[in-house]
Design a protein around this ligand. Structure first.
Ligand SMILES: C[S@@+](CC[C@H](N)C(=O)[O-])C[C@H]1O[C@@H](n2cnc3c(N)ncnc32)[C@H](O)[C@@H]1O
Length: 266
């Protein structure tokens, strides 16, 4: 049965929000695989039941901060396990990771508060298998102050929309022409980030394609190496790339450093 029909059958609002359209793009080809699927936020178990019918060979793990009566909610099925705990509780998440080792698919349909969404992504990213998928639903809360979001300072507020936007820099970390750039734990491990209406999808995967413009985050080093390999006056190239170009980069680095400090952007 299609995911759309399963969401209708189990009365999940993932149908009403049309999230099945996004899930179909990613999950159709995976549905027969043997996977560990973790959903944050169980509530009445509608989506857990849909996942259980859809991923017939997989383990479906649901977590919720509230106690879930699995008999009453008809969640006492062989491929379903439900745990009580918070998505942002590191110790609780670690006990799950210890038990299941890796999750292939993670769906965050929990509190939807920016702090929780960001915290659980940071905790769970290590437990997401290589080529695993991380879905975040209802990202509209980023733009709503009643849900911890910030509709007044869209670009610089500490919302999950901004967290995932800034994560896109990890897709191109090799191209950042800043010799002082400090790599993050996500650099090299994210293949794709997609933004949909009220939904974000992160695809984990190795991303270690070398830059064709930079050498170790330095444009000057790359140009210098290319030029001396082609022959010519080494001293002139040294002056140009290793001294003047580097000074220019250093000048811009400090201008931006002070700008960030003055504007509290660090
Ligand atoms: C939108 S409902 C989940 C709906 C369900 N996934 C479905 O589609 O049928 C959100 C659930 O997240 C749970 N929740 C709220 N804060 C949480 C937290 N910090 N950690 C885990 N679950 C949380 C709530 O108790 C609620 O049951």
């Amino acid at each position: 049965m299609s995911l759309k029909k399963l969401f209708i059958k189990h009365n999940s609002d993932k149908f009403r929000h049309k999230y099945y359209k996004v899930y179909d793009l990613y999950l159709e080809k995976l549905k027969k695989n043997k996977l560990n699927v973790l959903e944050i936020g169980v509530a009445d178990g509608s989506s857990i039941k849909a996942w259980s019918d859809y991923f017939i060979n997989s383990k479906i793990i649901g977590i919720d901060i509230k106690k879930i009566d699995i008999v009453k909610k008809k969640l006492n099925k062989k491929n379903i396990s439900i745990y009580q705990g918070s998505q942002s509780d590191k110790d609780f998440i670690w006990t799950l990771t210890k038990k299941y080792k890796k999750f292939d698919i993670i769906i965050d349909d929990g509190s939807h508060f920016p702090e929780d969404v960001i915290k659980s992504f940071k905790i769970l990213f290590h437990s997401l298998s290589l080529n695993g998928l991380y879905f975040v639903e209802d990202t509209q809360t980023s733009y709503n102050h009643y849900f911890g979001g910030n509709p007044f300072d869209l670009k610089f507020s500490r919302t999950h929309a901004n967290f995932f936007k800034s994560l896109t820099d990890s897709l191109n970390y090799q191209e950042i022409a800043n010799p002082f750039y400090l790599q993050s734990g996500y650099d090299g491990y994210i293949k794709n980030i997609s933004f949909f209406n009220n939904m974000i999808v992160v695809q984990k995967g190795l991303n270690n394609i070398k830059s064709n413009l930079l050498l170790n985050n330095s444009y000057e080093n790359r140009r210098y190496k290319t030029k001396i390999n082609r022959g010519g006056n080494k001293f002139n190239y040294f002056l140009k790339y290793k001294i003047f170009f580097k000074l220019y980069t250093l000048f811009l680095f400090f201008i931006n450093f002070f700008k960030k400090v003055i504007l509290f952007r660090y």
